[in-house]
Design a protein around this ligand. Structure first.
Ligand code: BTN
Length: 338
């Protein structure tokens, strides 16, 4: 694993130089060094050097065959900054696509600190330190998945925050279903599962005071075209859109579907609060009525899942009594799940 300072230097080199070469190679066909060099206006040895950087930095496998040239082992559909900027103009969300960043959420918080105005959307092809809930890492290989962070300003106080992560889950579920995954569902608080396997996760990070000035980063990761990961890199059962659908998915389309639904759901949430979406959320909750164990600090709490309340808290029947629980650090597991 590279140290952060080294990653940063290499990323700058990549941002500036490598993208045109990658765009030529993304079709997964063979390209001769001469043709690539001519297209890019550089020498064949410069092409060779750039290929080495692509392999070393992005973990891409490039076949090099004498007489035929260079070919990406797996074709890519890269994020398209221009297309996404155009499609998000009507939402009023400026879009930036980065090639590589530690975490899109972390970068959004840094940009907020530097004075950048909300709302804005940051996407990346790769995260070198993607973060998940409860201090976990989020596996984020190059050009395979969606790494999405939207910064919004909160002016409606707690009402605009209560249940927000569940609202994001509803929008994500709708986008995933729109791509053809009809049997996806939600797991409280905000995982999207298919066949018991996690396909997407949500991490909201707040900056400021909800009673005063406050911003929320809506961070979303979806496993899109990921087929394999290093052994033990992900400890939960997982899947991806391409595994479920049996074909490669254009991440630009997923981003567009998701942003469109997110804005629509956030508008309802802002106007009417989570109560207006409570029943829709419950109808999509895969674990409704199941026995589950809630982990909150050291004390596990076992109960039957009754649903969510009008703030998005989980309702459990514990020893015959209904109780509600909320908080970002809580996690739910089926009781028969070992
Ligand atoms: C989870 O643990 O389920 C939440 C995963 C959230 C991952 C996304 S990827 C984009 C954004 N940037 C991050 O560092 N994390 C979130």
């Amino acid at each position: 694993m590279l140290r952060p300072a080294v990653i940063m230097r290499a990323s700058i080199v990549f941002e500036q130089n490598m993208q045109p070469l990658l765009r030529l190679l993304q079709d997964g066909r063979f390209h001769s060094g001469q043709a690539l060099g001519a297209e890019l206006g550089i020498s064949r040895s410069a092409v060779w050097k750039q290929l080495q950087v692509l392999e070393a930095e992005l973990g891409l496998t490039i076949h090099k065959v004498r007489g035929r040239g260079y070919q990406l082992q797996n074709p890519l559909i890269l994020l398209d900054q221009q297309r996404l900027s155009t499609s998000h103009a009507s939402l009023g969300w400026p879009v930036t696509v980065l090639q590589s960043v530690d975490s899109t959420n972390a970068e959004v918080l840094r940009l907020l600190g530097a004075g950048k105005q909300a709302p804005f959307l940051l996407l990346a092809e790769q995260q070198t330190a993607g973060r998940g809930r409860r201090g976990r890492a989020w596996v984020s290989p190059f050009a395979e998945n969606m790494y999405y962070s939207l910064l919004i300003r909160i002016d409606g106080g707690m009402r605009q925050i209560e249940g927000l992560s569940l609202v994001v889950g509803l929008a994500l579920l709708k986008a995933i279903k729109e791509l053809g995954v009809s049997d996806a569902g939600l797991k409280w608080p905000n995982d999207v599962l298919v066949d018991g396997q996690k396909i997407a996760g949500i991490l909201l990070e707040m900056s400021g005071d909800p009673g005063d000035e406050c911003h929320v980063v809506i961070g979303v990761g979806v496993n899109v075209n990921m087929k394999v990961v290093e052994v033990d890199a992900i400890t939960q059962a997982w899947t991806s859109l391409s595994r479920v659908l049996g074909k490669a998915i254009d991440r630009n389309q997923l981003v567009e579907f998701f942003s469109k639904h997110l804005q629509a759901y956030m508008a309802v949430h802002m106007r009417e609060g989570f109560a207006a979406l409570q029943h829709e959320w419950q109808a999509n909750h895969l674990w409704q009525g199941r026995m589950a164990t809630l982990t909150a600090g050291k004390t596990p709490i076992k109960g039957e899942i009754m649903g969510v309340d009008c703030t998005g808290a989980i309702r459990l029947k514990v020893d015959g009594q209904e109780r509600s629980f909320s908080g970002g650090e809580l996690s739910l597991r089926l009781s028969d799940d070992t």
